[in-house]
Design a binder for this molecule. Structure first.
Ligand code: PMP
Length: 285
């Protein structure tokens, strides 16, 4: 993906896609001092753009750095990247990281913080799962306690176990993995939040050990506006058997129905179809 035409916004300038490089002694490469966003632009407008820019800044602060740009400047950078690539429907990936400097140890408070924004076309995250329901594995890695890692930061370090879990899932023919948290409660997928349906009510885990996704919050709001009860609560593994429908939410995933998690099966039922279609309309509204 690095050797192609296009432009990437990097530290205030648009650079050629293939020249958007960093030095090997970049602190982030060694110590995961990096945070990022995942956004989608629909018909020329990034959905919840400002919320994503704000979360990016907050993620940086949570891992102890200040991104040297304001929300407004980040908004302008994202638009500049879209314009430079002539895209109106795209995935938008801002990334901020601590660079190289005098300090090559763990501490690097004097090393500069950089920001880049790349944009590209990215279709359905789970392929044809939108109709059939995604097939999920159960990850062996657990989401860490908020006392072990900054759960609410969209920080690169938190994705180490996500990548390993997703690779293990793909090796078994699944498209993703559901992860438990450090207490053994149902948490989320590797890059998306999870919802369940039973007896006309929706159940979703409390976001205290994983990212409280912007899509998750949007979908909870949509459900409440429809008068559907949403139970944010502890969900135990043994409950999986009793749920009728299941779906994932995320910027990339949008609303994706889940067909199976390990040995448990779910129907791609009326509610998940309705929410997926309402979300599609909302993002383009
Ligand atoms: N959890 C994780 C681990 C994620 O990477 C994402 C994607 N950003 C989400 C949840 C969903 O977040 P959002 O709806 O804000 O994209």
């Amino acid at each position: 993906y690095d050797d192609r035409d296009g432009k990437i916004w990097m530290d205030g300038k648009l650079v050629e896609w293939r020249d958007a490089n960093v030095h090997i002694l970049t602190h982030a490469m060694h110590y995961a001092s990096s945070v990022f966003e995942g956004e989608r632009c629909y018909s020329g407008k990034i959905f919840k753009s400002k919320e994503h820019s704000e979360r990016l800044i907050r993620s940086g602060q949570l891992i102890d750095f200040e991104i040297p740009y304001t929300v407004e400047e980040i908004e302008a950078a994202k638009q500049a990247a879209l314009d430079a690539n002539g895209l109106t429907d795209a995935y938008v990936r801002p990334v901020a990281w601590r660079g190289s400097g005098e300090d090559m140890g763990v501490a690097a408070a004097r090393n500069p913080v950089h920001l880049a924004v790349a944009v590209w076309e990215w279709g359905n995250y789970y392929g044809d799962a939108k109709n059939k329901g995604a097939k999920l594995d159960i990850a062996k890695w657990k989401r860490p306690s908020p006392e072990t890692a900054p759960s609410q930061a969209k920080a690169a370090g938190l994705y180490m176990i996500a990548t390993m879990s997703k690779h293990a899932a793909e090796a078994k023919g699944c498209s993703d993995a559901m992860m438990f948290d450090y207490r053994g409660y149902v948490a989320e997928a590797t890059g998306a939040n999870i919802f369940f349906v039973k007896d006309g009510e929706v159940h979703t885990p409390i976001a205290d050990a994983f990212l409280n996704g912007i899509t998750r919050q949007t979908v909870i709001q949509m459900l409440k506006e429809k008068g559907i009860t949403v139970n944010e609560r502890i969900i135990m593994p043994e409950e999986l058997e009793g749920f009728e429908q299941c779906w994932l939410t995320g910027t990339a995933a949008e609303v994706t129905p889940v067909g199976t998690i390990g040995d448990y099966n779910f129907e791609v039922g009326a509610l998940v179809k309705e929410i997926a279609s309402d979300y599609e309309k909302l993002v383009r509204a």
